[in-house]
Design a binder for this molecule. Structure first.
Ligand SMILES: Nc1ncnc2c1ncn2[C@@H]1O[C@H](COP(=O)(O)OP(=O)(O)O)[C@@H](O)[C@H]1O
Ligand SMILES: Cc1ncc(COP(=O)(O)O)c(C=O)c1O
Length: 270
């Protein structure tokens, strides 16, 4: 029997299956790891209201109970966070990471859903910045989230992304990936990786149609899977970029509103 490699996601449920805890667990499986989970929020999307997202946070005490269950086996090989939903849940997450001496922590500072343009909960965004960034092996903000965390506001160039990455690194995150994704203008999907010394640019041609619902969650889960399997941070980010690109290429139109990634796309292309 090979050694079981353990991964954990602390994230919300996306019933449409592309993002959230569903994306994370599917991606962990693709990496050959055993996925644990603690559910933080339930998100629904309403076809009668133009696919408007409703977000229902779970009681933080129940999140804490789930984490007690997960960590009863000791720390996992790598973990990630996604949508956390309330300041209390951010605190519970911080406490679990500290108490269990958990290493290889990927923080995906989810603040918005694609297609929605308001920060879900500004206080949670601040708590992620203050409490979780100092614990992050890697943090993976999208363009909007990087603007909020860095305090720079709207980012629109690669130079802006680099400056945001530098400022977010100063907040305590060991490595920062600012995702330009669909939000950055131009033909390329550009991500900037900063390790406190050097910048690396990861880029691919933008894939059209952009079936990228869940791309951010899948990218962070893939980095987590890579770290759990023993890759260095640079290697894990490089492989995650290939993994998420394949997931977008193999995504599909679910309905008129949304096109999720297919998490098994990378395997299909090998
Ligand atoms: N249309 C696209 N073509 C290729 N890569 C994309 C596309 N959209 C997003 N990506 C990539 O998917 C990953 C997730 O980015 P993004 O979608 O911006 O994150 P989020 O889901 O957090 O908003 C990044 O590596 C980004 O560059
Ligand atoms: C539970 C949950 N987490 C995270 C996200 C963010 O998804 P994405 O990876 O597309 O940024 C969503 C978006 O709908 C969601 O429902």
């Amino acid at each position: 029997m090979p050694k079981i490699i353990k991964t954990l996601t602390i994230a919300g449920s996306d019933s449409s299956g592309g993002a959230g805890i569903q994306a994370d667990l599917k991606t962990f499986e693709e990496y050959g790891t055993y996925g644990f989970s603690a559910l933080t929020t339930i998100v629904t999307m309403d076809p009668d209201q133009g696919w408007h997202h409703n977000v229902y946070p779970i009681d933080a005490a129940i999140v804490a109970e789930q984490l007690k269950t997960v960590f009863a086996g000791g720390p996992v090989d790598a973990m990630k966070t996604g949508m956390l939903g309330s300041v209390e849940i951010v605190r519970v997450t911080e406490q679990a990471i500290r108490e269990n001496l958990q290493a290889n922590v990927v923080i995906d500072p989810v603040m918005v859903c694609k297609g929605e343009d308001e920060v879900l909960n500004p206080e949670s965004a601040q708590a992620i910045r203050d409490l979780l960034l100092p614990l992050a092996t890697v943090v993976t903000p999208n363009l909007f989230e990087a603007g909020v965390l860095s305090g720079l506001g709207k980012l629109s160039t690669v130079e802006d992304m680099k400056e945001a990455a530098r400022l977010i690194h100063q907040l305590g995150a060991h490595n920062v990936v600012v995702k330009g994704g669909k939000a950055l203008g131009g033909d390329m999907a550009i991500d900037i990786f900063y390790n406190g010394t050097d910048y690396t640019v990861f880029q691919t041609a933008k894939i059209e149609p952009a079936h990228n619902h869940g791309a951010g969650c899948t990218f962070a889960a893939a980095i987590t899977g890579g770290l759990a399997c023993g890759l260095s941070v640079d290697e894990a980010v490089a492989k995650a970029k290939d993994f998420v690109s394949a997931a977008i290429r193999n995504g599909f139109a679910f309905n008129e509103y949304v096109g999720p990634v297919f998490h098994g796309g990378y395997r299909l292309e090998q």
